[in-house]
Design a binder for this molecule. Structure first.
Ligand SMILES: Cc1cc2nc3c(=O)[nH]c(=O)nc-3n(C[C@H](O)[C@H](O)[C@H](O)COP(=O)(O)OP(=O)(O)OC[C@H]3O[C@@H](n4cnc5c(N)ncnc54)[C@H](O)[C@@H]3O)c2cc1C
Length: 460
């Protein structure tokens, strides 16, 4: 039976960067990559034709396959150790900053645009000063924006350079990690085939987190509970947010709510963007993105409340899914409500939305009442944050502002890992969003590089 040097489960940014680092440093390394989704070309074709919508029993084409969730993401490369994950806790800020620069250069090589947003220092300082006066903390960082339309060519560039140099298998799912005497030795696929390797890197993304949780339990790995983030996606006319988005592109604001002292934050701001759906198995969530060339008249962003549950509760993902399902139950999929209707205690109707000044970019969201879905505590937190932001961006806390539900981030449980992301089973590494250590493209990519470098070091 053929034995590989490295098996990589998942071809999202984390898996791709691990493989890229390995083959760039050692062209002889034998790598096997598998992904339950399809190739890039297949994914693009399926989204174009809409055929994926009928294939509910198959892995979601928007998040599974070459490029993972990055393929149809907004492609914002957040170039700061402060955002997009927890890698700082493992490798320290200096090393992380230098690796962010390293992966950014690789993205540039594959066609990311040179233009950077959020670099006008005086304007950024003024924005931070204004934010703090209203109880908000502004986290400044430079952003390179690929836009949803440029993600595919960039990921296609990686694929073209790698497909001859690694063994790639799509539409195949890792079912079990194989290990013996505390050391990884391969993977068993869903069809029962065993693929053997000296090292195994697990990079299954958020979509694979439930599977990884089960596998961790089976392997007796220590897991730490990550917070679950629950909230809404806010959509307003773009001029309302212009004073923020022109300067920072994505304004990361953090707020501690007065009533509950919960951390509340803005997330994934999309100037002139569109609100979109995101599927996780049978659950439909809301998200947003924007294009580099096409503009809507609206800006959208998420407001998320982070909750860390206390003992004995260990099921934050199940909790997040429960609330998301409630929205799906009441609305079919995504629910939308005008802020004014929520404040008046009444549901939004198609007529009220139509009369509003913000035409929804997710045109078939169901008008309804978010107070039936989102717990009181979260709603209070979200409203307080919007009120605080109103002072920074007048016109936000307005009747016609749209709130879509539910946006939830059930970050995977965090596995106990070394500083090189090796698990308690030797030669088994876990990286990216699935391991619960990253939350974005850049840090997911960095985690791949770190694991690969450790493997290269041991192969010497
Ligand atoms: C709509 C949307 C917009 C986003 N916009 C941004 C943005 O602008 N900026 C940003 O930084 N981040 C953004 N993100 C987040 C970003 O996409 C992720 O952080 C990143 O893709 C994580 O990379 P990953 O490799 O860890 O996992 P993923 O990209 O999720 O890839 C994991 C891969 O593993 C495969 N897999 C899972 N389980 C198995 C298994 N058992 N066997 C085989 N294969 C498996 C999946 O099919 C998938 O292809 C966005 C996400 C979404 C959904």
């Amino acid at each position: 039976m053929e034995k590989y040097d490295v098996i990589i489960i998942g071809t999202g940014p984390a898996g791709i960067f691990a493989a890229w680092e390995l083959i760039s440093s050692n062209p002889k390394v034998k790598i096997f990559m598998l992904d339950k989704g399809g190739s890039l070309a297949e994914r693009v074709e399926e989204t174009k034709t809409g055929v994926h919508k009928a294939k509910t029993e198959q892995p979601d084409v928007l998040s599974c396959g070459w490029g993972g969730a990055g393929a149809f993401s907004d492609g914002k490369l957040n170039l700061s150790p402060e955002v997009g994950g927890f890698l700082k806790d493992y490798i320290g800020e200096t090393e992380l900053s230098s690796l962010i620069q390293y992966v950014d250069e690789i993205y540039l090589k594959f066609g990311a645009p040179r233009e950077l947003h959020g670099t006008e220092i005086q304007q950024i300082r003024d924005l931070a000063d204004a934010a703090v006066r209203h109880g908000l903390r502004f986290i400044p960082f430079p952003i390179r924006h690929l836009g949803s339309d440029r993600c595919i060519p960039v990921l296609g560039g990686f694929l073209a350079n790698m497909e001859e140099r690694v063994t790639l298998r799509f539409h195949d799912e890792a079912a079990e990690i194989l290990y013996r005497d505390g050391k990884a030795e391969g993977v068993r696929t869903k069809s029962g085939e065993e693929i053997m390797g000296e090292f195994v890197i697990i990079a299954p993304g958020r979509g694979g987190s439930r599977w990884l949780e089960r596998e961790s339990r089976r392997g007796g790995l220590t897991t730490l509970t990550n917070p679950v983030d629950i909230g809404v996606r806010v959509e307003v006319a773009a001029p309302v947010m212009k004073s923020l988005t022109d300067i920072a592109y994505e304004a990361k604001l953090v707020f501690y709510s007065k009533q509950f002292d919960d951390p509340v934050r803005t997330f994934c701001m999309n100037p002139y963007g569109e609100v979109v759906r995101e599927y996780h198995g049978d659950i439909c969530l809301v998200n947003g993105h924007s294009y580099s060339t096409r503009r809507s008249n609206n800006t959208n962003f998420a407001i998320l409340v982070s909750t860390v549950f206390t003992e004995p509760f260990h099921e934050p993902i199940a909790y997040g899914q429960y609330i998301s399902r409630l929205a799906n139950l009441l609305a079919g999929e995504i629910l939308v409500q005008r802020l004014g209707d929520l404040l008046q205690g009444r549901r939004s109707t198609p007529e009220r939305i139509r009369r509003g000044t913000v035409p929804p970019t997710l045109t078939d969201a169901t008008p309804g009442d978010l107070s039936f879905v989102i717990p009181y505590r979260y709603l209070c937190d979200i409203l307080e944050m919007l009120q605080a932001m109103e002072k920074l961006t007048p016109g936000l806390y307005a009747r016609d502002t749209l709130l879509y539900g539910v946006e939830a981030k059930y970050y995977s449980m965090r596995l106990k890992l070394t500083a090189h992301f090796e698990t308690e089973i030797s030669n088994l590494f876990a990286i990216g969003d699935g391991a619960g250590i990253t939350r974005g493209l850049i840090q997911a990519s960095v985690s791949g590089v770190v694991a690969a470098r450790e493997i290269l070091r041991r192969q010497k």
